[in-house]
Design a protein around this ligand. Structure first.
Ligand code: ATP
Length: 327
């Protein structure tokens, strides 16, 4: 089985720091196990266009420390219909690829599930997204690096907030999940943290900011998740605060794509390496339709069906910590 095996690896959806380290681990685990490995460029798009390149241990040198993904990533609408997926399947068969490792977020796993169902093709996933919004794994690759990037940025914003007695609203990524906002908010000492899972409401936010001012705070940081539900967007929220709390001068800072970039943290490099090796082990053990995740610091296999379940759960104890330490 081993010698006849050829594994394709791709990165899909939004890129995240540590994806390169995961590819590297997959390629080297393949070589270690004596199986061939093919890189597929631009995610599912490259699968449909047969954009393949053979990889070996040396092709992935000097990338463990680099952000982004050297295989490139893409969003591919064509893969959402069965005609596109059939093209992808034909290319895999033509190239004698008989198993896939897909690195990406929940959309990537949805695509993998559809493909697996249609063609019964062995696929194992690795969670690579800064949002940490995948069910069944404690962490996704890139999340830790993104948190560190956000904390560093907020530390800098705090310097200017302090110097001018201003309130800064800092928008961070997370359309559906508040993990980045909540953890980076605690780490950076934010006064308030607004997350999509919990609508605090404008009234309570105003009350809290007013209380902060009266308690003697001269500047404040409010971390706002992209998906927060107070108001149309962060700029409208800023206007509403200035309208209602005359003693506040408000500024907005949208951190945007800097959160996706940069060298992966040590944690992400190690996580990516463990999950990459775990993915190849899983395929060699005949596993399919599963994601390799990390649970209580152990590598675990989680069915795609479980991984893509949307859960609006968040750690309530973190909200309590944030409330207590921001008084
Ligand atoms: P991130 O959350 O970090 O952006 P992601 O993997 O969720 O990563 P998406 O753009 O949602 O990113 O999905 C990546 C690709 O997966 C899509 O461009 C598409 O090709 C494929 N895909 C997503 N959903 C489906 C689906 N329901 N059926 C088939 N393919 C899908």
């Amino acid at each position: 089985m081993k010698n006849s095996m050829k594994i394709g690896v791709l990165t899909s959806g939004g890129d995240s720091p540590g994806m390169n380290a995961a590819i590297r681990a997959v390629v080297r685990a393949c070589e270690y196990q004596g199986v061939q490995c093919l890189g597929i460029y631009r995610g599912f798009q490259g699968l449909i266009e047969a954009d393949f390149k053979e990889l070996n241990a040396r092709s992935v040198k000097n990338i463990i420390n680099r952000g982004g993904t050297f295989l490139k990533s893409a969003r591919c609408d064509e893969f959402k219909n069965s005609k596109g997926r059939k093209k992808a399947y034909d290319n895999l068969i033509n190239e004698n690829i008989n198993a896939l490792v897909v690195i990406g977020g929940d959309g990537t796993f949805k695509g993998a599930t559809a493909f697996q169902k249609e063609f019964n093709f062995p696929i194992v996933g690795i969670p690579g997204t800064i949002d940490n919004d995948i069910n069944g794994t404690d962490y996704t690759i890139g999340y830790d690096t993104a948190l560190n990037t956000v904390v560093e940025a907020i530390d800098k914003i705090r310097d200017t907030a302090n110097s001018h007695n201003r309130l800064f609203l800092v928008e961070v990524m997370g359309r559906d999940a508040g993990d980045i906002a909540l953890n980076a908010g605690i780490g950076a000492g934010a006064e308030e943290i607004l997350i999509p899972e919990q609508d605090m409401g404008l009234e309570r936010l105003l009350e809290s900011l007013d209380k902060s001012k009266k308690s003697g705070k001269t500047s404040s940081i409010v971390v706002v998740s992209e998906g927060d539900q107070i108001g149309k967007n962060i700029f409208e929220l800023a206007e509403n605060i200035e309208k209602n709390l005359k003693n506040y001068e408000v500024r907005v800072s949208v951190l945007g794509h800097i959160q996706r970039g940069g060298a992966p943290s040590c944690y992400d490099r190690v996580l990516a390496s463990r999950l990459g090796v775990g993915a190849v082990d899983a395929l060699l053990n005949g596993e399919t339709n599963v994601m390799v995740g990390i649970v209580h610091n152990k590598v675990k296999l989680i069915p795609f069906a479980e991984a893509i379940k949307s859960s609006n759960q968040f750690d309530v104890s973190l909200v309590r910590v944030a409330d207590i330490i921001s008084i």
